[in-house]
Design a protein around this ligand. Structure first.
Ligand SMILES: [Fe+2]
Ligand SMILES: [Fe+2]
Length: 214
């Protein structure tokens, strides 16, 4: 039997390392930020900047959760193909993490102080979903991405019109999340029962309402 590339202990150590990187270090993007091509902007008013920071902090928390979910799902995936797919998804989400973090800094804001809590909670949920089985794990990914897409659409309606940079980032993220949802469904993701989908919406609402302020 071929030897597995790394032991479970190695995989857990690597997961802990990625958690620390997500929480403690500035994320590195593999694609340029969609805001990078935008020239000099008109400075935002105080209220506009405050609203933009609050919304982008919520989006940054969402991406911290995405790192935790996909890392946990990769760790517990049964098939090597699926493990590789979750690892790739986490890499793409790292762009979103970096872009939102950079934008919050540009606007003079800060990321959520509760990020370790969000990360831990999302990791536990991702692990639970993955332990049910690969189809459930993929279904959970598809539903998560669809809910995030709807949430980002809501933010495009609420972000100040003049905050062209944040809007460009959120629009690109939304396109990426649609692609992630379609990929998970195409790979055989099962549709989740309604109570589970509703529980996910409720958990997301608690997270988004809190992250606006903390
Ligand atoms: Fe994302
Ligand atoms: Fe995504």
């Amino acid at each position: 039997m071929p030897e597995s590339p790394s032991s479970p202990l190695d995989q857990w150590i690597a997961a802990a390392d990625r958690a620390l990187r997500t929480l403690a270090a500035s994320a590195a993007a593999s694609r340029p930020s969609p805001a990078a091509g935008i020239g000099e902007e008109e400075p935002l008013g105080v209220d506009e900047a405050r609203e933009a920071v609050a919304l982008m902090r919520v989006n940054h928390v969402g991406e911290v959760c995405a790192q935790a979910l996909y890392d946990a799902q990769a760790l517990a995936a049964r098939s090597p193909e699926l493990k590789a797919m979750f690892e790739q998804a986490a890499r793409e989400e790292a762009d979103h993490l970096a872009w939102t973090e950079e934008r919050i800094r540009e606007l003079g804001g800060r990321t959520s102080v509760l990020n370790p809590l969000w990360y831990g909670g999302a990791f536990a949920i991702g692990l639970a979903a993955a332990r049910i089985g690969d189809r459930a794990s993929l279904g959970f990914m598809a539903e998560t991405e669809r809910q995030v897409e709807q949430h980002l659409q809501g933010h495009l309606e609420r972000l100040p019109e003049s905050d062209v940079a944040s809007r460009a980032i959120v629009a690109q993220m939304k396109d990426d999340e649609v692609r992630h949802a379609d990929a998970a469904t195409a790979l055989g993701g099962a549709e989740l029962p309604l109570p589970v989908r509703m529980a996910m919406r409720l958990a997301a609402r608690v997270m988004t309402r809190t992250a606006r302020y903390l």
